[in-house]
Ligand binder design. Structure first.
Ligand SMILES: O=C1O[C@H](CS(=O)(=O)O)[C@@H](O)[C@H](O)[C@H]1O
Length: 295
């Protein structure tokens, strides 16, 4: 197994949504709690940060340049040249109890963003498709929407509910954006106090062999699952709460992983001093270039 390295050593509070921009050879990600978007050019270490007025749950490349950003308060375009924000869509939920969470673009140029229902007492969150500035709910209600991904042929959509410890796969029609029949890809054990607790599924990325990489929050590991849900590989991490990964580098074989430092115990942070940092790991099978939002 290749060595895990620290790609960016300033800890994020709630690092999420790493996104490789191949055209810029740069890694973007968000710190949700700090209300920031970050960019790092790994070749020369140049780093930039944009401070936002609300928590960004997820980002995608925008075909016109810059990023689409799903913030608690609504969806915006971030001009990464001058920092300007332009409204795309209102938040389709009560911003007092929910915010956008994990998301990514599909190959037809839609942006998919799910929400997190913060009281976490019922499935009050939802996945949304954002297309030409309009937002529509899609898929089954969840409590914490996460793990969105697409197979290479775009005929499968992956989606997880972190709270339910469950990853599902659905039939997907790229032309219409319709989500069809689903099945459970993997159900994880839910007893958080068990000594062998392995964590719950957070963000994900699908590689070019259509394996589903999944960050196991509070599990301190990544899993690589086959399209049938078998565990093909496990990677133990030097953090307990990884949140998501993306494939980057010129060959798309560097996995960049975000993680969390906020609301973790002093003992955990002492044991895992890399908590919140951006980790990287060389892998055998490359990922794919992330599609962009076409507006
Ligand atoms: O806020 C977040 O927290 C969840 C983890 S959990 O709800 O506490 O289990 C994480 O999955 C999510 O991505 C993050 O935004």
């Amino acid at each position: 197994m290749n060595q895990i390295e620290i790609a960016f050593d300033q800890p994020m509070q709630l690092g999420e949504c790493p996104l490789w921009h191949a055209g810029e050879a740069a890694l973007y990600w968000v710190d949700i709690s700090a209300m920031q978007v970050h960019r790092l050019r790994p070749t020369d270490g140049v780093h930039a940060m944009w401070q936002l007025p609300a928590e960004p749950g997820c980002i995608g490349r925008h075909a016109g340049g810059g990023l689409i950003v799903a913030m608690r308060s609504g969806v915006v375009h971030l001009n990464t040249d001058n920092g300007e924000l332009t409204h795309i869509a209102d938040a389709p939920y009560d911003t007092a109890t929910a915010r956008f969470n994990d998301g990514r673009c599909d190959a037809a140029g839609r942006f998919w963003a799910g929400t997190i229902y913060e009281p976490r007492d019922h499935a009050g969150a939802q996945l949304y498709a954002i297309e030409k500035g309009s937002v529509r709910p899609a898929g089954n209600p969840v409590t914490v929407s996460n793990g969105l991904g697409f197979s290479g042929d775009s005929r499968t959509l992956y989606h997880s509910d972190t709270t339910a410890h469950r990853i599902c796969s659905y039939e997907f029609d790229l032309a219409s954006g319709h989500i069809g029949a689903g099945r459970v890809l993997k159900q994880f054990a839910m007893d958080k106090s068990a000594l062998d607790y392995g964590g719950r599924p957070d963000g994900a990325a699908v590689d070019s062999e259509d394996a589903y990489w999944c960050a196991m929050y509070e599990g301190g590991r990544l899993l690589r699952l086959s399209p049938a849900g078998e565990v093909l590989q496990e990677v133990i991490l030097p953090v307990r709460c990884p949140t998501m990964m993306t494939f980057g580098g010129a060959d798309l074989r560097t996995l960049y992983i975000t993680s969390v430092s906020e609301k973790r115990s002093a003992a955990e942070l002492e044991k895992y001093p890399a908590s919140g940092c951006i980790l990287s790991l060389r892998v055998e099978v490359p990922g794919r270039i992330e599609p962009a939002y076409v507006g």
